[in-house]
Design a protein around this ligand. Structure first.
Ligand code: NAD
Ligand code: UDP
Length: 311
């Protein structure tokens, strides 16, 4: 039985990952400080004999014995990571150093949840792993974007210097049940607004694009990457189907049969114009490709938020 640490395990992605690892028969230790995660996300796991929860902030060292580390702890939505930007940098830098130090001591394989944000406002489209990005180092997204870039640097340096066994997942926009109601992301905002009959707040003219991956596809990719033997550098994980934000808003109005209208709000600073992953490497090395269509994933996410809003 593998003992597996999931940092950020009470968050959106982390909680789904804990579910999958337990289903596969692992002994799971979830570490979270509940900054943007919730006990409700893992409430179904509390009675599981091989699930353990530790309330801990990863900017402080952690002493455990495990076989693998999925390092996801970091607020992911702009609203959350900008709430305390300095803390976001600390989580990415000090937190990642602590997790790498742990991995080094106990000789565990460690996977970092990095982000498509390391590409910034990309000038190459779609984005392959070889693209170095276009990030504003002093902007309001920098605490996250540059934080993830340093986290990747640390991963590679611990690998080169200390032979730590590393995997780097560059995750593109992912959505699904357990996204936080208050996280201000396009998909969750639009669904909640549509269900409440409020106007959908599209930033700018809505022509900016994103490529949305359903959570179950993404979790499969993380498991495959952790299990891959011949890959060390970063791997893009996401759904390459690209949509404008206006299209997504209209689709959600249709799927929820809402009478809501669309209103346009100012575009936040440094909001990337286009984003779409080149997933050739994941296809080749992990034999992975996303399967869930946007409409199908949105239906499931809408059902989740309907329940949430009623309870
Ligand atoms: P989330 O905010 O739901 O989950 C992050 C979890 O980490 C939360 O439970 C939070 O409480 C915890 N956390 C934050 N700081 C911590 C700290 N200092 N110590 C301990 N726990 C801490 O976000 P998510 O969407 O589940 O994202 C998980 C990971 O995947 C993050 O690293 C994020 O950057 C990355 N990622 C997510 C997406 C996405 O679309 N969801 C895209 C790219 C990358
Ligand atoms: N967005 C929007 N309305 C909202 C929330 C987000 O138009 O209520 C836009 C946001 O400005 C961005 C896109 O939707 O252009 C995706 O935003 P999200 O926060 O989901 O992801 P990220 O910007 O981190 O990729």
């Amino acid at each position: 039985m593998k003992r597996i640490l999931v940092t950020g395990g009470a968050g959106f992605l982390g909680s789904h990952l804990c579910d999958s690892l337990l289903e596969k028969g692992a002994d799971v230790v979830c570490v979270d400080n509940f900054f943007s995660g919730f006990k409700d996300n893992i409430r179904n796991l509390f009675s599981h004999a091989y699930f353990e929860l530790i309330r801990h902030d990863i900017i402080h060292p952690l002493f455990l014995e495990v076989d693998q580390i999925y390092h996801l702890a970091c607020p992911a939505s702009p609203i959350h990571y900008q709430l305390n930007a300095i803390k976001t940098v600390k989580t990415n830098v000090m937190g990642t150093i602590n997790m790498l130090g742990l991995a080094k001591r106990i000789k565990a394989r460690i996977l970092l949840a990095s982000s498509s944000e390391i590409y910034g406002d990309a000038t190459v489209h779609p984005q392959p792993e070889s693209y170095w990005g276009n990030v504003n180092p002093i902007g309001i997204r920098a605490c996250y974007d540059e934080g993830k870039r340093v986290a990747e640097t640390l991963m590679m340096d611990y690998h080169r210097q200390n032979k730590v066994d590393i995997k780097i997942a560059r995750i593109f926009n992912t959505y699904g049940p357990r996204m936080a109601v208050n996280d201000g992301r396009a998909v969750s905002n639009f669904i909640i607004q549509a269900l409440r009959g409020e106007p959908l707040t599209v930033h700018g003219d809505g022509s900016q694009t994103r490529s949305f991956c359903y959570v179950s596809d993404l979790i499969q990719a993380l498991l495959a990457l952790m299990g891959a033997e011949d890959i060390t550098g970063p791997v893009n994980l996401g759904n390459p189907e690209e949509h404008t934000i206006l299209e997504v808003a209209k689709k959600i109005i249709k799927l929820t049969k809402s009478a809501s209208k669309i209103v346009h709000k100012p575009l936040p600073a440094d909001d990337p114009v286009r984003r779409r992953p080149d997933i050739s490497l994941a296809k080749k090395k992990l034999s992975w490709t996303p399967h869930v269509k946007l409409d199908e994933g949105l239906e499931k996410t809408i059902a989740y938020f309907k329940d949430m809003l009623q309870s």
